[in-house]
Ligand binder design. Structure first.
Ligand code: ATP
Ligand code: MG
Length: 423
C-alpha cells in the first residue's frame, strides 16, 4: 500500500464539508468588504522567499521545500502567501489599478516541520491583503474583517493579541537595548536563542522555552522603543478597534516569524488550543514591495491556519454543517433509473442534498442504504408512480409516507427536511 507523504493529510467527507463551509463563509465576508480572490502559483523562485520572509527566519532556514527543476532552477513550494501576492502585484502592475487593492487568497502552504497536532507539512491558509493604504484605518479594517469572519463562524472565545514592532529604523536601537538587558544572563538562554542572538535577536522574544521566557519578561517592550509616529499609528489602530467593539489585547513580547513586518503585528489565539497554537497571524509590511523591486506600496494582511481553525470550530457551526439533512432518491427497477436521476437533478437544483440510488438495489435494500447514509427522507419512484407522474415521499424518522405529484416533490421534501425531529 502506498501511503501519504508524512505531514500531509486527507480531509475526508463529512469533515470536508466543514472546510467548504468555512471557505464559503470567508468568501462571503471578504467579498462584502471588497476583497477579491487572487489565485497564485504554489511554487515560486526560491529567491522570492529568501528576499521577503528573510534568510535568518525559521521558514527560510529550516522549513522550505526547495528543489531544482529539470533545468536546474531553484524553486520552492510556497510556505506562505504574502510574498507571492507582493511578487504578483509588481509583476502584473497592480499598482496601476485604483488603490487600495483588496485581495484574498486560499490554499495550501508547505513547510518542512516536525509533525504534531495542528502542525503539518502541507496546511491550508485563508488570508487577505490590503495594499496601498498606510493609515491606521487600513489596519483597523483588516482586523475588522478578521473579527467579522470569526464572529460569522460563531466564535466568541478567540482572542486577538497585538503589538507594535516599530519601524525598521527603530530595530537596531531595540536590539542593542535588548542585548544590553539580556547580556548578563546570555549563557542561560537556550541553544536556539544562542543562535538567534546574532542571526535574528528579535525572535528571542518569541522563544517558548520557559527559562528564556522568564528572562525576556523583564526586558523593555519593543513598542517602547518605537518612534513617535509608529506609536501614534498603533495607538490609533487600538482606538479605532475599540470604537468598533473589536476587543484586542496588547502583547508586548509578540513578534512574528517573518522579517517583513513592521508597526502593527497581531495573532489570534484560542483558549482551546492554548497560547502556543496560533490560529492566525498578520501584520503590516510597508517595505516589502519596494524591497522586492516594486514601488513604495504599503500593505497589511493576515493568514489564518485553516487546519487549526477547523479543529476548534464552535459546536453550533459544526452541527449545523454536518447535520444538514439528506433526501435519498430511490428508483425501483431498471426502468425507473433515469426518472430517478431526473428527480435527483430537480431536487439538487432546488437546493436539496438529494443523492440517487444508482446500483440497482431493491426497495428493501434501498431503504436500508438510505438509512445508512443518514437520509431523513426517501423519495421512492416505482413503475406505477412514474406512470402517474407522482412519487412516494417517506419520512424515515416518523415512518410516514405520502404520494406527492412530481412537480411538488421539491417543495414537499424541503418542508419535510425543515421540520425538526421530535424527541
Ligand atoms: P507557528 O508559530 O505555530 O509556527 P507561524 O508563526 O509559523 O506559526 P504564520 O507564518 O504566521 O505561522 O502562518 C499563519 C498561520 O498559519 C498560523 O497562525 C497557523 O495557524 C498556520 N500555520 C503555520 N504553520 C503551520 C503548520 N505547519 N501546520 C498548520 N498550520 C500552520
Ligand atoms: Mg512556524
Amino acid at each position: 500500500m502506498i501511503r501519504k507523504v508524512k505531514g500531509t493529510r486527507d480531509v475526508l467527507p463529512p469533515d470536508s464539508r466543514l472546510w467548504v463551509e468555512v471557505e464559503n463563509t470567508a468568501h462571503g465576508v471578504f467579498d462584502g468588504f471588497g476583497y477579491d480572490e487572487i489565485r497564485m502559483p504554489v511554487m515560486e523562485p526560491t529567491e522570492l522567499y529568501v528576499r521577503s520572509v528573510g534568510e535568518d527566519t525559521d521558514i527560510v532556514a529550516k522549513e522550505m521545500y526547495t528543489f531544482a527543476d529539470r533545468k536546474g532552477r531553484s524553486l520552492t513550494l510556497r510556505p506562505e502567501g504574502t510574498a507571492g501576492v507582493a511578487r504578483s502585484f509588481i509583476e502584473n502592475g497592480l499598482g496601476q489599478r485604483p488603490q487600495p487593492l483588496r485581495l484574498s487568497y486560499f490554499g495550501p502552504m508547505f513547510r518542512y516541520e516536525k509533525m504534531q497536532r495542528g502542525r503539518y507539512r502541507q496546511f491550508s491558509q485563508i488570508g487577505i491583503e490590503l495594499l496601498g493604504a498606510a493609515t491606521p484605518a487600513a489596519d483597523v479594517e483588516v482586523l475588522l474583517v478578521l473579527h467579522s469572519f470569526l464572529a460569522e463562524l460563531g466564535f466568541d472565545d478567540l482572542v486577538i493579541v497585538l503589538n507594535n514592532l516599530g519601524d525598521p529604523e527603530d530595530r537596531p536601537i531595540f536590539i542593542e537595548r535588548l542585548k544590553g538587558e539580556l547580556g548578563p544572563s546570555r549563557a542561560e538562554l537556550c541553544s536556539d536563542c544562542q543562535r538567534r542572538w546574532d542571526a535574528n535577536p528579535l525572535r528571542i522574544l518569541d522563544c517558548k522555552v520557559p527559562r528564556c521566557r522568564e528572562l525576556v519578561a523583564d526586558t523593555t517592550p519593543v513598542a517602547d522603543v518605537a518612534n513617535e509616529e509608529a506609536r501614534a499609528h498603533v495607538e490609533a489602530v487600538e482606538k479605532g478597534l475599540e470604537e468598533l467593539g473589536v476587543r484586542v489585547r496588547r502583547a508586548p513580547r509578540l513578534v512574528r516569524g517573518l522579517d517583513y513586518y513592521l508597526r502593527t503585528v497581531f495573532e489570534v489565539v484560542s483558549p482551546a488550543l492554548g497560547e502556543d497554537t496560533v490560529i492566525c497571524g498578520g501584520g503590516r509590511y510597508d517595505r516589502l514591495i519596494a524591497d522586492l523591486g516594486g514601488a513604495q506600496v504599503p500593505g497589511i494582511g493576515f493568514a489564518i491556519g485553516e487546519d487549526r481553525l477547523v479543529e476548534v470550530l464552535p459546536d453550533a457551526f459544526r452541527s449545523e454543517v454536518l447535520g444538514r439533512p439528506i433526501v435519498a432518491v430511490l428508483p425501483v427497477g431498471p426502468e425507473a433509473a433515469t426518472a430517478g436521476l431526473s428527480l435527483s437533478r430537480r431536487l439538487a437544483l432546488a437546493g436539496l442534498k438529494a443523492p440517487a440510488e444508482v446500483t440497482g438495489r431493491s426497495l428493501k435494500a434501498g431503504l436500508k442504504w438510505a438509512g445508512k447514509i443518514g437520509a431523513r427522507a426517501v423519495v421512492i419512484l416505482g413503475a406505477s408512480e412514474i406512470a402517474d407522474g407522482t412519487a412516494i415521499v417517506r419520512d424515515l424518522e416518523k415512518g410516514e409516507q405520502k404520494v406527492v405529484p412530481l412537480d411538488d416533490v421539491a417543495d414537499y421534501a424541503h418542508d419535510l427536511l425543515a421540520t425538526p425531529i421530535e424527541a
